[in-house]
Design a protein around this ligand. Structure first.
Ligand code: HEC
Ligand code: HEC
Ligand code: HEC
Ligand code: HEC
Ligand code: HEC
Ligand code: HEC
Ligand code: HEC
Ligand code: HEC
Ligand code: HEC
Length: 326
């Protein structure tokens, strides 16, 4: 009787330990179980590495993958000392001896003995790539683990489809479809009347965002929106003799970056854009007229006169200041 409860607990704990499988590991945990992932990546300890030739000749199903892989950046990595490939199928898919053991009789390989990388939790998937792509070899990945994508369970091969063809990078042409596949709100923004020509493939998401990580907010390629935007729109960089106060320090005070119903990419249309901060006004010439209706006539396209809205070096003809009219 004395042992009943402890025995029951013992049994329970054995059950819990054996249940620590992929499914439980995939559920979010406060600290990434890095060691568990490392063990996952080692794979099947019973199997041996046999090299690409043995893998591929036993099982011709992957001939297209193999012909694409050979001239790719990964397939092209050959050791200077041994002349052997540095990256081969087994670098990512794990040792293959068991997969080909009965290939001759069965006429197919036993793929289940390879690493089930598609089933891995996202962090383990990325670790598969990061074992070679350390910050030292790929500086752009220096803070991958703290990036918004890593923290939201996006893995390297959610974006890098390594067997789609020879290209291992995500091409500029592919980005719009790839990125907006997850970012549907952004897709909607780019479909608006006024937009940066990303859907037309003249620009790519990575012109403005770093896909991996960045020390700037929203993974932007600039500390402020001004620093980002003036990489291309240099004429608005300034400094100008007559600035529009410090309003243009953030272009996003007035513009939307992706798309907008208001030309040109304006947050709000005129005159309401300006009237968020200014009272509108009538012209002197109008005010001097006697007709009461004309007196109340009110400007709607403020930049017809205040055309140097982004700042200028030219003083106003009116004498005092600039009023950013030219
Ligand atoms: C740099 C890592 C890497 C290398 C090297 C590599 N693969 Fe893959 N392979 C992947 C990833 C990542 C996937 C996608 C897993 C997923 O999401 O389903 C994959 C998927 C596959 C699939 C599943 C079908 C498919 O297209 O998604 C096959 C088959 C395959 N690889 C065969 C090979 C063969 C054969 C080689 C050697 C010529 C090879 N791989 C080399 C990373 C690699
Ligand atoms: C066995 C080591 C190894 C593994 C594992 C590995 N890579 Fe690579 N990868 C390399 C080497 C070496 C290069 C070429 C040198 C470089 O660009 O750093 C490379 C280059 C690349 C490039 C650059 C292609 C280009 O055109 O510049 C991409 C993208 C890439 N790898 C993605 C991945 C992804 C995604 C994974 C995980 C599925 C992965 N790699 C796993 C070794 C590896
Ligand atoms: C959100 C999508 C996305 C994810 C996730 C992602 N990449 Fe990339 N990666 C890209 C894009 C897009 C490029 C091309 C960048 C360019 O052309 O400026 C790229 C380029 C690269 C390159 C080429 C060198 C460079 O830095 O430009 C390597 C290597 C690479 N990625 C490896 C990885 C690895 C390893 C992971 C996981 C730790 C990863 N990537 C995760 C989208 C992604
Ligand atoms: C597999 C889905 C997926 C893909 C593909 C993807 N993302 Fe993301 N991305 C996410 C998730 C999830 C988040 C975090 C939640 C959010 O902010 O929507 C995120 C966040 C971001 C953020 C930061 C938002 C913030 O609030 O800080 C940017 C910028 C971004 N992604 C750009 C890109 C770009 C550029 C690409 C293509 C190169 C891309 N994403 C591809 C899923 C994806
Ligand atoms: C012209 C530069 C530019 C291009 C091109 C661009 N973005 Fe952005 N993106 C921005 C800026 C700037 C912000 C920050 C907006 C803010 O919050 O101030 C942003 C914000 C985001 C966010 C965070 C959510 C939000 O709307 O604030 C996501 C996600 C995102 N972009 C995804 C994408 C994707 C996907 C693409 C390609 C289809 C893309 N971006 C192309 C400049 C750009
Ligand atoms: C990588 C270069 C690049 C960056 C960075 C960039 N733009 Fe642009 N911008 C363009 C191109 C290209 C066009 C289209 C010009 C055309 O269609 O003639 C454009 C057009 C515009 C237009 C005019 C749109 C119209 O409908 O006429 C505005 C406004 C604009 N950008 C504002 C911004 C702002 C604000 C930012 C920063 C968030 C920014 N741009 C960042 C390249 C860039
Ligand atoms: C105070 C609001 C405001 C701010 C801040 C602002 N803009 Fe504008 N921008 C406008 C207005 C209004 C127009 C339209 C002018 C017109 O239609 O006459 C415009 C037009 C543009 C155009 C298209 C016209 C052209 O010259 O081709 C670009 C590009 C542009 N802005 C870039 C920027 C950049 C880059 C920044 C940040 C340095 C910025 N804007 C900050 C209000 C603003
Ligand atoms: C986010 C707020 C904000 C928006 C939006 C804004 N402005 Fe301004 N504007 C300011 C501030 C702040 C000043 C400086 C006021 C001062 O010095 O008294 C200023 C100054 C001005 C001046 C006087 C310049 C001078 O030389 O004294 C004019 C003219 C002007 N803005 C026109 C516009 C027009 C036109 C728009 C719309 C296209 C606009 N502003 C949008 C904040 C804004
Ligand atoms: C017909 C041309 C014209 C239009 C349209 C116009 N303005 Fe002006 N604005 C001027 C002139 C000229 C001045 C200089 C006033 C003066 O000399 O007394 C001025 C001055 C200003 C000032 C500075 C006032 C001060 O005393 O410091 C602001 C702010 C301003 N305008 C905002 C706006 C806004 C907002 C709109 C749109 C609702 C607008 N303007 C439309 C011509 C115009």
């Amino acid at each position: 009787m004395r042992y009943r409860i402890p025995f029951f607990l013992l049994l329970a704990s054995i059950l819990i330990v054996s249940c620590t499988d992929l499914a439980t590991m995939r559920t979010s945990q406060p600290i990434a179980p890095v060691r568990d992932y490392e063990i996952l990546l080692v794979g099947n300890l019973e199997a041996n590495y046999i090299g690409d030739e043995n893998c591929l000749t036993s099982c011709h199903t992957h001939d297209k993958i193999a012909t694409d892989f050979k001239p790719s950046v990964h397939g092209d990595q050959i050791s200077e000392d041994t002349g052997l490939p540095l990256v081969n199928c087994e670098s990512c898919h794990g040792p293959g001896s068991q997969a080909v053991e009965h290939a001759a009789e069965k006429k197919t390989c036993d793929f289940k003995t390879l690493l089930p990388i598609a089933e891995f939790p996202a962090q383990a998937q990325s670790m598969l790539c990061l074992k070679c792509h350390s910050a030292a070899s790929t500086p752009n990945l220096f803070s991958w683990n703290s990036s918004v994508h890593a923290l939201n369970d996006v893995s390297c091969f959610d974006c890098h489809k390594l067997h789609k063809g020879v290209e291992q990078k995500v091409g500029r042409q592919e980005q719009e479809e790839l990125c907006t596949g997850c970012h549907t709100q952004t897709k909607m923004e780019f479909s608006q009347f006024s937009h940066h020509p990303v859907p037309e493939h003249k620009m790519a998401c990575t012109d403005c965002h770093d896909p991996h990580s960045s020390t700037n907010r929203k993974n932007l390629k600039g500390v402020t929106s001004k620093a980002l935007c003036t990489r291309c729109h240099m004429e608005y960089q300034g400094p100008f003799v007559y600035e529009h106060a410090d309003v243009t320090e953030e272009c996003t005070n007035c513009h939307r970056p992706h798309g907008s119903p208001n030309e040109p990419l304006l947050e709000v249309s005129q005159p309401f854009l300006c009237m968020q901060c200014h009272a509108g006004h009538q012209g002197r010439e109008l005010a001097s007229l006697s007709s009461p209706t004309m007196k109340q006539a009110f400007y709607t396209r403020c930049t017809d006169c205040h055309s140097a809205i982004h700042g200028t070096d030219i003083p106003s003809a009116h004498g005092r200041g600039t009023f950013i009219v030219r």
